[in-house]
Design a protein around this ligand. Structure first.
Ligand code: C2E
Ligand code: CA
Ligand code: CA
Ligand code: CA
Length: 279
């Protein structure tokens, strides 16, 4: 029986796709990434289109792991979600992001809003309300400055628990934002049921609004719909002045993208913000 078990194991191993092997390898490293201090937060400015002022930042996680050649978030976040590790990682991100933005406020930067990406797993498997409460309390960041970015994926399984969590988060005074809008499969009726403060137009729509009339029509419709639900609309992935002009013409509220800055480390962001304020 023992021999058979051994056979079966090696059979299984040979049969594993290299994709699965890579995922398991990544998971192994991911498990120790926090204690080994391999994560770093990058910050991308979010600009208010009406007055061109810096409104806040979106926090984007980076993983400095040379053995795996610094995997991109699209890659490692998926593995963190599948393995459940995202719950602990997400908590780490939330706490460090709040601390950083509060430190900036204390050092004389204007009070910035900070947008943190939250995975569905953090809602369903973790205690997101308690995590947020703790991050605010230990950093001293005012709740109104914190914004959670949530994707449509979470809303597909619309449950009483998720609705209740939403209510509790709103009651804390933080902002909730619907991320990657238009790329998912959820129905539009959730806009009525969930109290989002803003929605983010995905980069895939923004990237060709300066060359494709249909994208302009679509973007325009998203902005109008967001406003009719009393939400602010944020466009991500703005790379040139033409795109910004079109978004402004259609009364988009906020923009972010390489036109202003890619996501950058905290030290670099402070220098960027000072230069931007002087422009
Ligand atoms: P996202 O939330 O849609 O973030 C926007 C992505 O677009 C970021 O990619 C950002 O670097 C990129 N981007 C911003 N402006 C431009 C632009 O003008 N042009 C182009 N080409 N790209 C632009 P990034 O940093 O690689 O993150 C990818 C995704 O990983 C994010 O998509 C988000 O879903 C996820 N992610 C990143 N950090 C976290 C995190 O802390 N927690 C969770 N749960 N997910 C995260
Ligand atoms: Ca986002
Ligand atoms: Ca996006
Ligand atoms: Ca996303």
């Amino acid at each position: 029986a023992k021999e058979k078990g051994g056979d079966r194991f090696s059979f299984y191993e040979e049969g594993m796709s290299s994709e699965t092997e890579r995922r398991l390898e990544m998971e192994k490293y991911l498990r120790h990434a926090i204690e080994r201090d391999e994560f770093k937060l990058y910050y991308q400015p979010v600009i208010n289109l009406e007055n061109n002022r810096l409104r806040g930042v979106e926090v984007l996680l980076r993983w400095q792991n040379s053995a795996l050649n610094n995997p991109t978030p699209d890659h490692f976040i998926a593995v963190a979600e599948q393995s459940g590790l995202i719950v602990g990682i997400g908590k780490w991100v939330l706490e460090h992001a709040c601390q950083q933005v509060m430190a900036w406020t204390r050092s004389g930067l204007p009070a910035l809003s900070v947008a943190v990406n939250i995975s569905a797993k953090q809602f369903t498997d973790g205690d997101i309300v308690e995590n947020v409460r703790y991050a605010l309390q230990q950093s001293g960041l005012p709740a109104a400055q914190l914004e959670l970015e949530i994707t449509e994926g979470l809303l597909i399984n619309d449950t009483p628990e998720i609705r209740d969590t939403f209510k509790q988060l709103k009651a804390l005074g933080i902002h909730l934002s619907l991320d990657d809008f238009g790329t998912g499969y959820a129905s539009l009726s959730y806009l009525k049921r969930y109290p989002f403060d803003s929605l983010k137009i995905d980069r895939s729509f923004v990237s060709d609004i300066d060359s494709c009339g249909d994208s302009v029509t679509l973007t325009n419709a998203i902005i109008a719909m967001g406003h009719s639900f009393n939400m602010k609309v944020i466009a991500e992935g703005v790379e040139n002045l033409n795109q910004r002009r079109i978004l402004r013409e259609h009364h988009c509220d906020m923009v972010q993208g390489f036109l202003y800055s890619p996501p950058i480390p905290a030290e670099q962001f402070v220098a960027w913000a000072k230069r931007y304020a002087d422009m």
